[in-house]
Write a protein that binds this ligand. Structure first.
Ligand code: UFG
Length: 342
């Protein structure tokens, strides 16, 4: 099996955890990242865990010439895991052109290079956002795709379509799209974790920053939803479980165990957790009382969604191993360790 793999966005949150798991499995990892939403010091964290520094090049994937030059200088790469993308939902509503340009041009450049340099295998970072508010829960991969509620979500939908059409047009190419539910937590070593720039948009970094005294209080966006406790429900999975799923998906392609040249898998626990349950979990594992206040609903929020992960469980033999409390504990440990070492 060829073990040279390119990870785009490899210094980002999910990317860095995946690089660690790839290295643990003996892969030789090359990272491309433009560092627009990540820190170069993440490479030290990765090296601290695995003892091996991944190759790194600061390249903007929208720069086709530079991406081509990268593949010319690094022959022998046969697979790509593509994380690099903008991901702030709110910002995407304000700056749609920026989001469509960045997320789609980068993907098109990569696909062009895959054809030109005979790189057959792609794992693509997609999202449960493609389902919108599903009619049936838990949601399976064959549920209808709904109109995206944000330009960010639309870039994931269009990205999947572009990949599907490209795979159909070229027998040599194959791809897997992984639809993530809500990744949270950090590596148990606390060497790497989520590093939001500015005010976090996502729940768990907002919780840990509030408990660390950086934010005054968490705002719970709505308690009048049609759910048991009135708050929204999501499927939160530990980022290390998610990272390991990428290694499994990649090996499936490299070992030619894929059924069809384009496959799609949900990655989640299969369990729905409300915002209040997430807060309780945090308080349990940290021993801290969290300051929070219920405010109005956040525009664009889905009421409830959780995965049917049966396809990934059965076909990929992957399932989550960590609990919600494990994930919360690791997120809190990371917050404390990051603040201490800053
Ligand atoms: N929430 C709060 N207060 C906050 C932040 C979040 O109550 O300060 C609630 C939200 O209302 C939601 C839940 O916590 O009910 C989770 O919110 P997140 O922002 O963490 O995540 P989302 O489910 O909204 O998902 C978003 C995008 C996804 C993307 C995901 C991870 O919609 O496409 O973030 O980046 F994949």
């Amino acid at each position: 099996m060829n073990k040279k793999v390119l990870v785009t966005g490899g210094t980002g949150y999910i990317g860095s955890h995946t690089v660690v798991e790839l290295q643990n499995e003996g892969f030789e990892v090359y990272i491309i990242d433009n560092l627009s939403n990540s820190d170069i010091n993440v490479l030290d964290g990765i090296t601290g865990i695995t003892g091996k520094r991944p190759a790194f090049e600061k390249i903007d994937l929208c720069d086709h010439e530079k991406v081509k030059a990268f593949f010319s200088h690094n022959p022998g790469i046969e697979s790509i895991i593509h994380f690099a993308a903008y991901k702030a939902v709110g910002e995407s509503v304000e700056k749609p052109v920026l989001y469509y340009h960045n997320n789609l041009v980068s993907l098109l450049n990569l696909l062009t290079c895959m054809k030109d340099f005979n790189i057959p295998s792609l794992v693509f970072s997609s999202s449960c956002t493609v389902y919108g508010q599903p009619d049936e829960l838990p949601v399976s991969e064959d549920a209808p795709i709904q109109e995206a509620v944000s330009p960010y979500g639309n870039t994931k939908q269009i990205g999947e379509e572009i990949i599907r059409d490209t795979i159909h047009s070229c027998e040599q190419l194959k791809a897997v799209s992984l639809r993530y539910f809500n990744p949270i937590g950090a590596h148990p070593s606390s060497y790497i974790g989520e590093l939001p720039i500015g005010i976090p948009e996502n729940l768990v970094p907002y919780i840990t920053q509030t408990a660390a005294g950086i934010r005054d209080e968490l705002r719970v966006f709505g308690d009048d939803y049609d759910t048991p406790d009135g708050s929204c429900i999501r499927d939160y999975l530990h980022v290390v479980d998610l990272a390991q799923a990428h290694v499994v998906a990649l090996k499936r392609l490299l070992e030619k165990r894929n059924k069809g040249n384009y496959e799609i898998f949900n990655l989640g626990t299969g369990r729905g957790v409300s915002v209040f349950e997430a807060i309780e979990s945090f308080e349990r594992v940290s021993g801290k009382k969290l300051r929070y206040r219920v405010v109005d609903r956040r525009p664009g929020d889905i009421e409830k969604i959780w995965a049917n992960p049966a396809l990934a469980n059965n076909e990929m033999r992957w399932s989550t191993k960590y609990s919600l409390d494990d994930a919360m504990k690791s997120a809190w440990d990371w917050e404390l360790s990051y603040r201490k070492n800053k």
